[in-house]
Ligand binder design. Structure first.
Ligand code: NAD
Length: 247
């Protein structure tokens, strides 16, 4: 299904990014496992990709750093020859109520979660336009649509990702570069493990399906967006949230 294609997945050493990398690899894509700091975990994912019969390498790059990002794209083209799929998955949270939120926490979250998407999309855009094909899949969040107290920085970044997705979809459409976003609800990963049990119970009452999602639920939709089955879709945000948002 994705044979001979190359996918870069940012923040792929664990959680949702890891599940996406493995799903795309299972369908035949070569994968660049981008990671921020944990090389051992990233190399584990590389080994798992190879067990699935695809090629992979791990690449350390801060998605908020333009030089890092450009070097990663250059290395990808030199090793695999193309960039067909970019999954902008890397993300962080630094939660606090607005009155207590430090300016640095605002900047850090916007830099990784929004500027990172801008830098990575910009860095692949020339190559994808030259190829006259490409898929950019941005990981937003349900809270980017609903808002969430205590997450002003994260919500602003994720809402920005949804707008950025629409803008890039319009810019790149004539070159057959399709740009879509996904908006996961609450997915069971290290990020949501940080929530205390009271917060988790309160959350479950807001999810019609009554349970947290799994990283594989998200990965399956990314695989669809990366495939020929989604060839007539661009600028969309698909919700994977157990029914939390029904637009
Ligand atoms: P996670 O914390 O397990 O994984 C995030 C990954 O991003 C980590 O591997 C981390 O090292 C990497 N990362 C962080 N900053 C980076 C940087 N500057 N450069 C490169 N990599 C960096 O979280 P997750 O739950 O797997 O989240 C993945 C994505 O899904 C994030 O964008 C997150 O905002 C989004 N999301 C998660 C949920 C959820 O419920 N877990 C819901 C909605 C959206």
């Amino acid at each position: 299904m994705l044979a001979n294609q190359t996918a870069i997945v940012t923040g792929a050493s664990r959680g949702i990014g890891r599940a996406i990398a493995l799903e795309l690899a299972a369908k035949g894509a070569n994968i660049v496992i981008n990671y921020a700091g944990n090389q051992a975990k990233a190399e584990e994912v590389v080994a798992q990709v190879k067990e699935l019969g695809s090629e992979a390498f791990a690449y350390q790059a801060d998605v908020a750093n333009s030089d890092d990002v450009q070097a990663m794209m250059k290395e990808t083209i030199s090793r695999f020859g193309s960039i067909d799929i970019l999954v902008n998955n890397a993300g962080i949270t630094k939660d606090n109520l607005l009155m207590r939120m430090k300016e640095q926490d605002w900047d850090d979250v916007i830099d990784t979660n929004l500027k990172g998407v801008f830098l990575c999309a910009k860095a692949v855009s020339r190559q994808m336009m030259k190829q006259r094909s490409g898929r950019i899949i941005n990981v937003a969040s349900v809270v980017g649509v609903l808002g969430n107290p205590g997450q002003a920085n994260y919500v602003a970044a994720k809402a920005g990702v949804i707008g950025l997705t629409k803008s890039l979809a319009r810019e790149f459409a004539s070159r057959n570069v399709l740009v879509n976003a996904i908006a996961p609800g609450f997915i069971s990963t290290d990020m949501t493990d940080e929530l205390d049990s009271t917060a988790k119970e309160a959350l479950l009452t807001q999810i019609p399906l009554g349970k947290l999602g799994e990283p594989e639920h998200v990965a399956n939709v990314v695989r669809f967006l990366a495939s020929d089955d989604a060839a007539y879709m661009t600028g969309q945000t698909i919700h994977i949230d157990g029914g939390m948002v029904m637009p």
